[in-house]
Design a protein around this ligand. Structure first.
Ligand SMILES: Nc1ncnc2c1ncn2[C@@H]1O[C@H](COP(=O)(O)OP(=O)(O)OP(=O)(O)O)[C@@H](O)[C@H]1O
Ligand SMILES: [Mg+2]
Length: 297
């Protein structure tokens, strides 16, 4: 069964993006010393971007890597999912981008050791319009992060379901991007548009941007469709697909309502294990095999 139809322009874009990845291992050791910035992006809604951002960042922090999680979505689900009440958020990423508020005045400490949050707010909806006449509007986040990049080993950015200016800012500031893909029919619908945006950012704004990997999410082993989608995506994207697959797990859905990453809610759950494995796979892909908190594995 063919689930996805790829026309030839999309294939060409893919090839161009892959070519970039060939240079990636040489860059990674250099980038790592300065802290690695990874965006979680897909303009398709509800594919698991926020769940991945929250739980990957928490897993890296638990493995003893100092991590900053950035909420770049006005829905602010990453902010509330870490236990913050939006009514108490005085300053957010919006203020850094639009009002030049120093980032260290905005970053919050979370309940997870080693994990810090740059919160979002509904105000961020207006930022795209307010930045429109700014001369370096695509590089605002890059500028903001340059102040703190050295202080963290990982910076994880949760993007909104859009390819607007804030997502372009996230991609411009990033070393790599993780693309969550839900195990459902039409899983890759719209992916050509995302890959095209990545290619434009690579050619005009950030030549170092690489694809960290495609992450299959909400996998249900009981469904033939889930298995077919994974096969189909692997056929198209080969090694760019993470070995780790995120299973559908009720604990992952429940944890945000308690304001906790799943590891802090139910460490033995499948969801917690999956995201810990994803963090380990990313550390291995980046030759960061020294996993410090071995007893937590
Ligand atoms: N592996 C999973 N198992 C069960 N539920 C999940 C899983 N991943 C995500 N969910 C749930 O699916 C919904 C959508 O996930 P999430 O908010 O992470 O997607 P998103 O891509 O960030 O959405 P948006 O595009 O609106 O920002 C949420 O209710 C979340 O709790
Ligand atoms: Mg989200």
């Amino acid at each position: 069964m063919t689930l996805i139809f790829f026309n030839s322009p999309e294939r060409q874009i893919l090839r161009a993006v892959y070519k970039k990845n060939l240079f990636y291992p040489f860059l990674s050791s250099f980038l790592r010393e300065m802290g690695k910035i990874i965006s979680i992006a897909n303009q398709k809604g509800g594919v698991g971007k926020t769940t991945t951002a929250i739980n990957l960042a928490c897993s890296l922090a638990v493995l003893d890597y100092k991590t900053l999680l950035i909420d770049c979505d006005p829905q602010a689900n990453t902010t509330t999912g870490n236990g913050f009440d939006l009514r108490n958020i005085q300053l957010s990423v919006y203020d850094c981008l639009v009002n030049d508020t120093p980032i260290d005045k905005v970053i919050l400490e979370t309940e997870t050791p080693n994990l810090f949050l740059l919160p979002s707010h509904l105000d961020l909806v207006g930022a795209e319009i307010e930045l429109i006449n700014h001369p370096n509007r695509e590089k605002k986040l890059l500028q903001v992060l340059s102040e703190v990049k050295d202080q963290y080993e990982f910076i994880i950015i949760d993007c909104s379901p859009s390819l607007g200016l804030i997502t372009v800012n996230a991609l411009t500031a990033s070393d790599s991007v993780i693309i969550p893909v839900q195990c459902e029919f039409f899983a890759l619908e719209g992916l050509g548009k995302l890959l095209n945006t990545i290619k434009i950012v690579q050619s005009r704004l950030n030549q170092h941007l690489a694809i960290e990997g495609i992450l299959m999410t909400m996998y249900d082993g009981r469904l033939r469709l889930s298995n077919q989608v994974v096969e189909e995506v692997k056929n198209h994207f080969d090694d760019s697909v993470f070995h780790t697959i995120i299973h559908r797990n009720t604990r992952l859905g429940e944890a945000p309502s308690l304001g906790k990453p799943v590891l802090m809610y139910d460490a033995d759950s499948t969801g917690a294990m999956n995201y810990l494995n994803l963090a380990k796979e990313i550390l291995q892909r980046n030759d960061m095999t020294h996993i410090r908190n071995a007893e937590k594995l």
